[in-house]
Design a protein around this ligand. Structure first.
Ligand SMILES: Cc1cc2nc3c(=O)[nH]c(=O)nc-3n(C[C@H](O)[C@H](O)[C@H](O)COP(=O)(O)OP(=O)(O)OC[C@H]3O[C@@H](n4cnc5c(N)ncnc54)[C@H](O)[C@@H]3O)c2cc1C
Length: 288
């Protein structure tokens, strides 16, 4: 379809971007990689009168280490996440997940900030951010605030962002050295959003789970942090009976839609299957 017309703005600083979004009001939308927003505009599901392109703001780019955390600028592309040696070494689940997003063409332009701020339950990075305990740096006309990924998602396309606010960076505490991790995603074909997916980060000590965190993608209106399931696993050897209980606990918090990816009951079951696979792979990767 032919999109409606929008005025195009290209600020060069966060201050200018936030000023524009604040003064242009509800008629303006931030534009990052455009790989969620432009399709919405083409389908006339969104028709912003103004697009404020964040691509010219140098401060929003880059991946750096800051104490025990990695800070990733919001307009860092998914392709750049995959190519980062620092992330591959310190938070390898981000590389694994990014490789499962769409296809290379989308990943060359799609950004981490757009992926986490979009609020689409089908986006892969939000559940991983919840799993990792990430914090979003947010700036608006009233200043800066920080929001935990675990508190950010309120409904499909509804987040804790106030009008005119943008995510400027994502701060992720570096998981313990030797941690195990996995992102397992069931999709109908290459480039598809998840039918269901599970992220696991865990540490093992003396053959038992010392810590565990689990995120689930596209099996509810928001990404899910499966805290109860992770608690069941902590202290266990990941024996079959305990994994079964944890999988049941994770399945019980899902409420997927029945759609082209399958009926709700199937998608709930697939969330459990993805979790069991992710746990097994994370265990194999963890150093005791
Ligand atoms: C064919 C196709 C397949 C895809 N498959 C997948 C997939 O499997 N998994 C997946 O996770 N994603 C998938 N995507 C989406 C892709 O990852 C997008 O790049 C991503 O969801 C949005 O990032 P973006 O930078 O393109 O944001 P945009 O499209 O530019 O923006 C998306 C929304 O976020 C807002 N926004 C953008 N940046 C910020 C910011 N810094 N602060 C506040 N708000 C902001 C915009 O205003 C807009 O509302 C797919 C896209 C396509 C076209």
């Amino acid at each position: 379809m032919i999109p409606g017309s929008s005025a195009y703005h290209r600020p060069t600083s966060v201050k200018e971007a936030v000023g524009m979004l604040g003064s242009l009001g509800d008629d303006a939308r931030a534009l990052a990689g455009g790989h969620s927003l432009i399709p919405m505009i083409k389908l006339r599901l969104a028709s912003p009168a103004h697009l404020v392109d964040l691509g010219g703001v140098a401060d929003l780019k880059g991946i750096r280490e800051d104490g025990g955390a990695i800070v990733i600028g919001a307009t860092t592309t998914q392709h750049e996440l995959i190519g980062s040696d620092l992330l591959t070494k310190k938070i390898p689940i981000l590389r694994e997940t990014s490789l499962l997003i769409a296809d290379p063409q989308v990943r060359y332009l799609g950004t981490i900030g757009g992926n986490v701020a979009n609020g689409d339950p089908g986006n892969d990075l939000p559940a991983v951010m919840m799993c990792l305990g990430a914090i979003y740096h947010v700036v608006g006309k009233s200043g800066e605030r920080r929001i935990a990924a675990r508190e950010f998602y309120q409904g499909a396309y509804f987040t804790a962002l106030e009008p005119g606010e943008i995510v400027t960076a994502i701060r992720i505490p570096v998981p313990a050295a030797g941690h195990g991790y996995a992102y397992e995603k069931l999709k109908r074909k290459i480039g598809d959003y998840a039918t269901a997916a599970a992220a696991v980060v865990l540490t093992m000590s003396g053959g038992k789970v010392a810590s565990c965190s689990i995120g689930l993608t596209n099996v509810a209106e928001t990404p899910l942090w499966a805290e109860g399931a992770a608690k069941i696993l902590t202290g266990s050897t990941l024996d079959a009976a305990t994994v079964k209980k944890a999988v049941a606990a994770a399945e019980s918090i899902t409420s997927p839609a029945s759609d082209g990816r399958g009926p709700a009951a199937y998608r709930t079951k697939m969330a459990g299957v993805m979790l069991a696979r992710a746990l097994a792979r994370a265990q194999q990767r963890a150093r005791a």
